[in-house]
Design a protein around this ligand. Structure first.
Ligand code: ZN
Length: 117
């Protein structure tokens, strides 16, 4: 239940952003919201879609589709500057074996575009 609450509050803030953006642009209907969601964001896409449908009901965003773009995890080696895709949460540089890895993508949770009229 706490997990759903987490996704519910995220869905609510996505809807808030979408409606504020629409109003700022003089729009009147939201067709879709594209969201970038990193694999390390800790957000379950299915739960988020479920919550999005609930929180949009009765709002200006009702009927809008939430389109989730999953962002893979990428790291950069702090020893040799190599950038690489991280699989199975193995934060080890494939080039030099270093464990000093900076996460450069995979934590995203942001509204990329809003499709509206
Ligand atoms: Zn390295």
């Amino acid at each position: 239940m706490t997990r759903i609450m987490h996704e519910m509050s995220i869905a609510q803030s996505i809807v808030d952003i979408a409606i504020q953006t629409m109003e700022a642009n003089g729009g009147h209907v939201i067709h879709a919201v594209q969201l970038q969601l990193g694999l390390m964001s800790g957000v379950e896409p299915d739960s988020l879609l479920f919550c999005f449908d609930i929180v949009t009901k009765g709002t200006l965003a009702q009927g809008a589709k939430l389109e989730i773009e999953t962002i893979p995890i990428k790291g950069r080696c702090l020893d040799c500057d190599q950038e690489f895709g991280v699989e199975d949460y193995k934060f080890v540089c494939p080039k030099c074996g270093s464990h000093f890895i900076q996460t450069i993508s995979g934590r995203e949770l942001k509204v990329a575009t809003i499709d509206m009229d």
